[in-house]
Design a protein around this ligand. Structure first.
Ligand code: FES
Length: 321
């Protein structure tokens, strides 16, 4: 493996691996050739490109401004294999190809107060956010929801760094200890923004609770790791405007699959509507959004679509692809 940094990928080396809990390990990465890594913002993630060809996205969980990228990765038995491969193959000194950081989950600079809620391994982007807010001396609170203390990664560091701004919610500590997103949002000062990351069901619930508390949609920020998406439905036509290719998307086919069969490539990583890599502009027609990536406001605009999973409400869609 050579060690040059190209525009899109970086050959990285694992400087440090620390097993945090039984199933979560932290990996600190630096460029294999010692070059400085590109800077990152809180909320950013990188792609990890595995030797098997699998590509997975992981949030950066350390302080923006650090010289390394730190990932916290759960060895998830329900995953499609990426996290298991990383746990099994990456040791200190291992090399791995990664992308430069991308940020689809940035902090809003206008927030008067930030309510950070991380569920399980969803704490990782929240840690970077908490570091950034602390460094900027901005108001925030970090809620860490976990099944039990023994399953909480990064706990000692979070206690040390964030003191009273860290609030712990362990499922096995009784109902009174559970996070109450609705109550938090109701009692939050005007101008508060909510950020949530974690398992899909947990995130759906937090977002629902925040909406029920009257929090404006534009103040609710989220990033899904993975999702169950229902991709089937009625057949419809898609026109790829850049090439003029027309395809019929079958009932059990995705737009991306139909386009691929006709020779139009769509860049995709997750194929679950969570990573945003496939998003393209809609020039005509109304999408039936199935993804978890676009915000509610972006969905309502109907001018973008995730062709890996979303469908059409109109007989035809024309996409800028
Ligand atoms: S490939 Fe990830 S959102 Fe479509």
């Amino acid at each position: 493996m050579n060690s040059t940094i190209t525009e899109n990928t970086i050959n990285a080396r694992v400087l440090r691996r620390e097993d945090q809990t039984g199933d979560i390990a932290a990996f600190e990465l630096a460029a294999a050739d010692g070059s400085p890594l590109p800077a990152f913002e809180a909320g950013a993630h990188i792609d990890v490109i595995l030797a098997s060809g699998l590509i997975r996205q992981y949030s950066l969980s350390n302080a923006p401004g650090d010289s390394v990228y730190r990932l916290g990765i759960l060895n998830d038995p329900n995953s499609r294999g990426g996290s298991r491969q990383i746990h099994e193959s990456l040791r200190e000194g291992s090399e791995v190809r990664i992308s430069a950081p991308r940020n689809h989950f940035p902090l809003d600079p206008k927030a008067r107060h930030s309510l950070l809620i991380g569920g399980g391994i969803g704490i990782t982007p929240m840690i970077a956010m908490a570091y950034a807010l602390k460094a900027a001396d901005l108001s925030f609170e970090l809620h860490y929801c976990c099944r039990s203390e023994s399953r909480a990664a990064f706990l000692e560091e979070l206690k040390r760094e964030f003191g009273p701004r860290l609030l712990l919610h362990f499922d096995d500590a009784g109902d009174a200890n559970l996070v109450d997103p609705k109550g938090l949002c109701q009692s939050a000062e005007a101008g508060t923004h909510l950020y949530v990351c974690g398992p899909t069901g947990f995130m759906d619930w937090v977002i629902e609770q925040a909406k029920a508390a009257g929090m404006p949609k534009g103040s609710i920020h989220f990033e899904y790791f993975s999702a169950e998406v229902e991709t089937g439905g009625e057949a419809f036509e898609v026109v790829a405007a850049q090439s003029g290719v027309r395809v019929q998307v079958g009932a059990d086919q995705t737009i991306a699959q139909a386009l691929k069969a006709a020779g139009v490539k769509v860049e995709m990583y997750c194929e679950q509507g969570v990573c945003g890599s496939c998003i393209c502009d809609v020039l005509e027609g109304i999408p039936d959004h199935r993804d978890h990536f676009l915000s509610e406001e972006e969905r309502e605009d109907n001018d973008q679509i995730a062709p890996c999973c979303s469908r059409a409400q109109t007989p035809r869609l024309v996409l800028d692809i």
